[in-house]
Design a binder for this molecule. Structure first.
Ligand SMILES: NC(=O)c1ccc[n+]([C@@H]2O[C@H](COP(=O)([O-])OP(=O)(O)OC[C@H]3O[C@@H](n4cnc5c(N)ncnc54)[C@H](O)[C@@H]3O)[C@@H](O)[C@H]2O)c1
Length: 647
């Protein structure tokens, strides 16, 4: 593709003319370009651990705008810069983040190349790209060249040469580039993955996925897709543009690049009728779309073969009336999973030995049984698209903060997007099978975890979950002695509780405190880390009781969040808790445990006109079940000094 500087200033309105979408057809893996000297694989390469993940956002339309607060809300993440060719969108995103209580990011925009200013910043670790498709390749590549990791909306690129370039750039720069494939983090998709790996369906030999979404009204809207960029793609390419939402979860369940690989793609396409038919009926003759000719087939289907002889079909149709579906289906020697089946859970299954009556079963109970740990941690999901958007964002930040290997790497991203250019080659060749490059250059056959990851936690206690006790999560100095106040920083401004005053009020170091019926040990340390800021830490807490009780206090205005209790039988309970600001009286269901006059400032004890309070709050639990872990709310304004069970 042409370099980004040669594009229209209007962000997505490419000059007319058919985009070649070609690239060298590879007849076999032997024809793949050899790895340039000095490069090594990015497979199994962990992120360097980041204390904080500083994120820059490029493209703030429907998608980027909606994802901004999700990124800013992940514990340990901060959005430091926002960029859109239309500066007003960057400005309004920044204003919205500030209104939500996040720090103000730098606002960048004004030209098609403004994104380079964002990439040049030293306060950006991860770049999230949500611009129209034609910009993804150059912006993703340039992000890595600028030393940033990149999370790129679908697709990462549309031509084979570009996909190879991204693989090579990642290997050369040692930066990760990941397709922001939120659907891989769906509840049904991840449970399907777990069941496939547990061999519930026997040997999984075939799968089916795709993107079937009636976008006609949005494609012809003058306000939805900026400069109608998405409709214009239908005037210049025959490709299967956007099958990845359905292909990626199926490919993950079938261990593509983790034991198997795509070998060939053959494509078919029905005639391009749907958009013209819609325009005929609903779009005024004066509309600019009447100058357009649509060439993208209504239904583009790809048959993908794998090295094990397995078969995956993808479907892409955004031009005809139909209810939404990503299909999501896998089948094997012992059974089958099908999503979008109209059942209560959305999906249905049938597998041996239990099912022999030729009748489908609702997926619901099996989804509970095989639930991925991310959905056990966030039972209602987080954010948009049924909760998978925020889970992807949380996980991306967690991987970077923890220094883990990404779930989705540049090789997965390239393989999942490869049918875009390959479908064109195949259609041009009358549907012939065309070879899929091996972007891993021979490293695909080794099993490795990917999305089916072991459970780990967001750093906060610094370790993996569950932490042995609350003390293992302590990351803040909340109390100091009046004769040595400087280590304190309860509120982020260098102020702390006076341990001497708290002792007089019953909270002596190491004392047993009775609060809401629970006996809880007050931290022994003074002037050292003695409380944990809420960051979704999973804490071991064994025993039974009727309530989980927490001791703590807040900064900000009545910070709250959900406390999630996990029982030894794998079920969970949750309760919403809140701590008032430490200067405020009890509110939000919290109970005052100790109130003291004044606080320790960096300059010494003072502020005696004010009173500062430690609170208790609790969440009801099932006394018949044994508690295994407690997950703290992901709200860093909540400070936790103690945790216990009330009988
Ligand atoms: N994963 C998902 O579920 C999901 C959902 C929706 C959209 N998307 C993807 O998100 C991307 C954006 O889609 P959208 O619906 O938000 O489109 P949109 O037209 O609403 O937004 C695109 C934004 O990019 C800006 N832009 C264009 N060129 C730019 C440049 N060079 N530099 C900076 N900004 C530029 C535009 O001004 C606009 O604000 C697409 O790739 C789309 O496929 C993904």
């Amino acid at each position: 593709m042409a370099d980004i500087t040669r594009r229209s200033l209007f962000g997505g309105a490419l000059a007319t003319g058919v985009v070649a979408m070609s690239g060298a057809t590879t007849a076999s893996a032997a024809d793949d370009p050899p790895r340039p000297p000095g490069q090594t694989t990015m497979i199994d390469v962990p992120f360097p651990a980041h204390n904080t993940v500083r994120i820059g956002l490029i493209g703030l339309g429907n998608r980027g705008g909606a994802m901004a607060s999700g990124w800013a809300s992940v514990p340990g993440a901060v959005v430091t810069a926002v960029c859109d060719i239309r500066t007003s969108r960057a400005q309004s995103t920044a204003d919205r983040l500030v209104a939500q209580g996040h720090p103000r990011p730098a606002v960048i925009g004004g030209s098609v190349d403004s994104y380079r200013q964002l990439l040049a910043r030293t306060d950006v670790d991860l770049v999230y790209i949500a611009t129209p498709w034609e910009f993804h390749y150059a912006q993703g590549r340039d992000a890595m060249l600028a030393g940033k990791h990149a999370s790129v909306e679908l697709p990462i690129a549309t031509e084979l040469s570009e996909l190879w370039s991204l693989v090579d750039t990642s290997e050369r720069t040692r930066k990760h580039l990941m397709l922001a494939e939120n659907c891989c983090y769906g509840n049904n998709e991840l449970a399907m993955l777990r069941m496939s790996h547990e061999k519930v369906f026997g040997e999984v030999t075939n799968g089916h996925g795709g993107y079937l979404h009636d976008l006609r009204a949005l494609l012809f809207s003058d306000t939805y897709y900026t400069d109608s960029w998405r409709r214009l793609w239908h005037t210049r390419s025959k490709a299967s543009f956007y099958h990845m939402h359905g292909l990626a979860p199926v490919a993950a369940a079938m261990d593509i690049n983790r034991g198997d690989r795509f070998t060939t793609v053959s494509a078919t396409a029905t005639p391009a009728r749907g958009l013209a038919d819609y325009r005929e009926r609903f779009v005024p003759r004066t509309h600019p779309s009447w100058n357009e000719t649509y060439v993208n087939g209504d239904l583009v289907t790809c048959h993908i073969r794998t090295s094990k002889g397995y078969d995956i079909r993808t479907a892409h149709d955004v031009s005809t009336p139909r209810p939404y579906s990503r299909i999501n289906s896998i089948a094997g020697t012992r059974g089958i999973f099908e999503d979008y089946a109209g059942t209560a859970s959305g999906a249905r299954v049938y597998f041996e030995p239990g099912h022999t009556d030729h009748s489908w079963r609702d997926f619901g109970t099996f989804r509970e049984q095989y639930k991925h740990w991310l959905w056990r941690k966030f039972p209602n999901g987080v954010g948009g698209h049924g909760g998978m958007d925020g889970i992807m964002q949380w996980r991306t930040v967690q991987l970077m903060r923890s220094g883990l290997v990404p779930d989705i790497d540049v090789y997965d991203s390239a393989a999942w997007c490869a049918p875009i250019p390959l479908s064109v080659l195949s259609l041009d060749a009358g549907g012939a099978a065309v070879a899929v490059p091996d972007f891993t250059r021979g490293d695909w056959s080794r099993p490795r975890p990917g999305l089916d990851s072991p459970e780990t936690d967001m750093p906060g206690g610094g370790g993996t979950s569950p932490l042995a006790n609350l003390a293992a999560a302590f990351d803040n100095v909340g109390t100091t002695h009046e004769n040595n106040t400087t280590p304190g920083d309860f509120d982020g401004d260098g102020n702390s509780f006076s341990a001497d005053k708290l002792t007089a009020a019953g909270l002596a170091p190491g004392a047993t405190v009775t609060a809401l019926g629970a006996s809880i040990t007050w931290p022994t340390g003074v002037g050292v880390r003695n409380n944990a800021r809420g960051a979704g830490q999973v804490i071991r807490l064994s025993g039974r009781g009727s309530r989980v009780v927490v001791l703590g206090s807040g900064i900000g205005t009545l910070p709250g969040g959900d406390l999630v209790v996990r029982y030894t039988d794998g079920t969970t309970a949750r309760g919403t808790i809140a701590f008032p600001n430490w200067t405020q009286p009890a509110a939000g269901g919290a109970t005052a445990v100790a109130t003291v006059v004044g606080r320790n400032r960096q300059s010494g004890y003072g502020d005696t006109a004010y009173r500062y309070t430690v609170f208790a709050h609790s969440a009801a639990i099932d006394p018949a079940k044994t508690v295994d872990t407690v997950t703290l709310p992901a709200n860093a304004d909540m400070h936790f000094f103690g945790l216990g069970l009330a009988p």
